[in-house]
Design a protein around this ligand. Structure first.
Ligand SMILES: C[S@@+](CC[C@H](N)C(=O)[O-])C[C@H]1O[C@@H](n2cnc3c(N)ncnc32)[C@H](O)[C@@H]1O
Length: 379
């Protein structure tokens, strides 16, 4: 008798993560392939069985599809793509093997020579580091690596492991873990829980969130994780996203995207803005400390408030404002000139103090002065 498949129905919040992953990889693979790297690694640390009960592909198959179904895949021949899939549960591992085999069997030209798949029936921490870093050591060139880390809860993803795994340049991470569970067990003194949370955050500082109200606690833990991923993990830029259950008005998961380069940041933000609405769920991002929602019609008020708060009373170049928008907000560079700077200038909260060719135009060298009364202008 065939063993029962260890699959489960896909949930809308999983579909939301998948949409994010798919959009990002659709851009990430071609950008790196066009830079002629010899080798590129995609690592799925908690790979799952490869399929959901309704036949929807799991994250490993989504990643494979993003590459081999890319319209320009034929142009990527000079690069070797290595997919590392790690799954600890034996039945899920077997299912994943079968799904990968099936995937190649339905591809018109079979398994391409420049794609290698490594499947591990192990725990993430047992093999990830070794599997990735051996490849980094064997190459003279940098090996761009994208890691998708997606456990069920919060266990098994020590901050130290992430640091060791992704220490070299051109490494990126998209990590998702359950926030509402952490919130529930935060004050639990069971030694195993304390050690899981200490591993996750890479510090015992998380205990300082106890006693804070719901919103402050969430902010504290999100900021702590983000700071740790920047400092301990070595990611210059980390963008946090909250996955929200709209009906229950609760953050279900924290997602963190970490990269060492501007380009990665831009590509991920573009992916977030191009996501279709998700039934029952939404993604929240941030502009400075203002919360914002990714929606088809961008809501600009959080960006306006963040810019006013950040630059109140100072004279800065548009270049500095643009850097702030890129690095510290989830907005795109297309969002801030016409919809924020021009409006503020017309209102009189911002004055241009350098010569320019056209009124209400904002080349990067333009100097702007922000009035210090701007707090009154916050919406
Ligand atoms: C949330 S599911 C992953 C789903 C998959 N990433 C997707 O999007 O289709 C988590 C998977 O991680 C596996 N798992 C649990 N602990 C693990 C560990 N320590 N190392 C590797 N896999 C683990 C589970 O068996 C489960 O299949």
């Amino acid at each position: 008798m065939a063993a029962e498949r260890p699959t489960w129905p896909i949930k809308p919040h999983t579909e939301a993560k998948h949409a994010m992953l798919r959009h990002y990889l659709n851009a990430w693979f071609p950008i790196l392939a066009s830079q002629r790297f010899n080798k590129i690694i995609y690592l799925d640390g908690f790979a799952g069985p490869g399929v959901y009960t309704g036949g929807e592909p799991g994250s490993p198959l989504i990643a494979l599809e993003a590459l081999v179904n890319h319209p320009h895949f034929d142009r990527f021949k000079r690069t070797e793509f290595v997919f590392i899939f790690i799954e600890s549960d034996p039945a899920s591992y077997t299912s994943l093997q079968e799904e990968v085999t099936k995937f190649w069997s339905i591809q018109e030209s079979g398994e391409p020579e420049n794609v290698t798949i490594e499947l591990y029936n192990n725990e993430f921490t047992e093999v990830a580091n070794q599997a990735v870093n051996v490849k980094h050591r064997l190459q003279k060139q940098v090996v761009p690596t994208f890691a998708f880390i997606d456990p069920f809860g919060w266990k098994g993803i020590p901050m130290m492991e992430i640091r060791n795994l992704l220490s070299s340049d051109k490494c990126e991470i998209l990590l998702s873990f359950m926030y509402d569970g952490i919130n529930r067990f935060l004050s639990d003194d069971t030694p195993s829980i304390i050690s899981q949370f200490t591993e996750l955050f890479g510090t015992r500082e998380y205990r300082k969130a106890e006693g804070l109200n719901t919103e402050m606690r969430k902010k504290f833990l999100r900021d702590l994780y983000r700071t740790q991923l920047q400092g301990e993990g070595g990611f210059k830029f980390v963008r946090p996203f909250d996955l929200i259950d709209v009906d229950r008005k609760r953050t279900v998961n924290f997602l963190m995207f970490g990269t060492k380069h501007h380009k990665g940041l831009e590509v991920m933000k573009e992916a977030m803005w191009s996501l279709d609405p998700i039934r029952g769920y939404s993604f929240h991002g941030f502009a400075g400390d203002q919360q914002m929602l990714f929606s088809p019609e961008p809501e600009i008020t959080p960006l306006r408030n963040a810019i006013l708060k950040r630059f109140s009373g100072v004279t800065v170049s548009v270049r500095t404002i643009e850097r702030f928008v890129i690095e510290e907000t989830d907005y795109l560079t297309t969002h801030y000139k016409r919809q924020v700077l021009r409006v503020l200038e017309k209102e009189g909260s911002v004055k241009c103090v350098s010569p320019r060719k056209r009124r209400y135009s904002y080349p990067l060298g333009t100097m702007l002065h922000f009035s210090s009364d701007n707090n009154a202008q916050l919406f």
